[in-house]
Design a protein around this ligand. Structure first.
Ligand code: HPA
Length: 289
């Protein structure tokens, strides 16, 4: 009743702050399809179902649990979102990015956005993790359409109507992630993620177009969250898990089960990477403060 979107975000954040009793998260982590078990690596975890958070959207997709897990990863206070909502479920752009606004209101300075993605670039293997160097917004909408709300800014100078997206995915965090992956014994390539609105997978002709315009990965999430995070001045690390070869590139038809299963196989590697990364990301954002 008369409450604005900003008020609704503030209310959700206030509820979480109370539930966390002073344990402020330093970093947000969003887990994509089939990658939910990363939450098991969180120590001293307190899990809050989305349904208990005022105004919070609920995921309807299998493989997206719908809980906020607050605890520590590698000794760093994190807030892990186990499950996200998508526009194809019928949610508005404002609802899709509501959780990211709440993370911003809780004071995070960096977010790791993970997702399941189809591999467009030749040579990608199933289960490979790829750091996002950039994205292409092919969703047909932008979550910031509408009046600008400068109060969402997390750092001075953020919250602008027009803002730079040259480094949507932090170069510094990519360097840190590549180093951590190497220590874990694998190499983290970089790719360009193209987001469609879904929910249908792409046609082979669409994939040929996407390759031609520079995409190496395709998925149905992440881009709205990245845009909103950058609006607030939050640094973004994007990590895709290649769960399948994109349409027309593999021998079998695409299915959600395939995506989900591939995610399950790599979630332990992702958990190890994130555990190693969390303290370094925190040190990086602290160094800038
Ligand atoms: N296309 C779109 N989204 C996806 C895919 C894909 O091939 N795999 C996992 N998410």
């Amino acid at each position: 009743m008369g409450s604005t979107y900003f008020d609704q975000v503030s209310e959700a954040a206030a509820h979480l702050r109370q539930a966390l009793a002073g344990r402020a998260p330093r970093i947000g982590i969003v887990l994509g399809s089939g990658l939910g078990a990363v939450a098991d690596a969180v120590q001293d975890a307190v899990a809050i179902p989305y349904g208990q958070i005022p105004n919070f959207p609920q995921s309807t997709v299998e493989g997206h649990s719908g809980r906020m897990i607050c605890g520590t990863l590698g000794g760093t206070a994190v807030m892990v979102m186990q499950g996200r909502v998508h526009a194809y479920e019928g949610y508005s752009p404002a609802e899709v990015t509501f959780p990211m606004r709440v993370l911003g209101a809780l004071g995070i300075r960096a977010v790791v956005l993970t997702n399941a993605a189809g591999g467009i670039q030749q040579g990608y293997s199933i289960g490979q993790l790829v750091a996002l160097a950039d994205h292409i917004n092919f969703m047909g909408w932008n979550p910031l359409t509408g009046p600008n709300e400068p109060r969402f800014a997390c750092i001075p100078g953020a919250g602008l109507r027009f803002f730079d997206m040259t480094e949507a995915y932090s170069q510094a965090l990519r360097v840190i992630a590549r180093q951590a992956a190497q220590e874990e014994g694998f190499s983290l390539e970089e790719g360009v993620y193209l987001a469609t609105s879904g929910p249908s997978f792409e046609t082979p002709a669409e994939i040929r177009v996407f390759r031609t315009i520079g995409a190496t990965l395709v998925g149905m999430s992440t881009v709205p969250e990245t845009i909103v995070a950058r609006h607030m001045g939050i640094e973004v690390l994007g990590i895709s898990c290649v769960t399948n070869l994109a349409a027309g590139l593999g021998a079998t038809p695409l299915s959600h089960e395939e995506v989900f299963e591939a995610g399950r196989k790599v979630e332990h590697r992702l958990a190890a990477l994130l555990t190693r990364l969390a303290p370094r990301i925190a040190a990086h954002v602290d160094g800038k403060a």
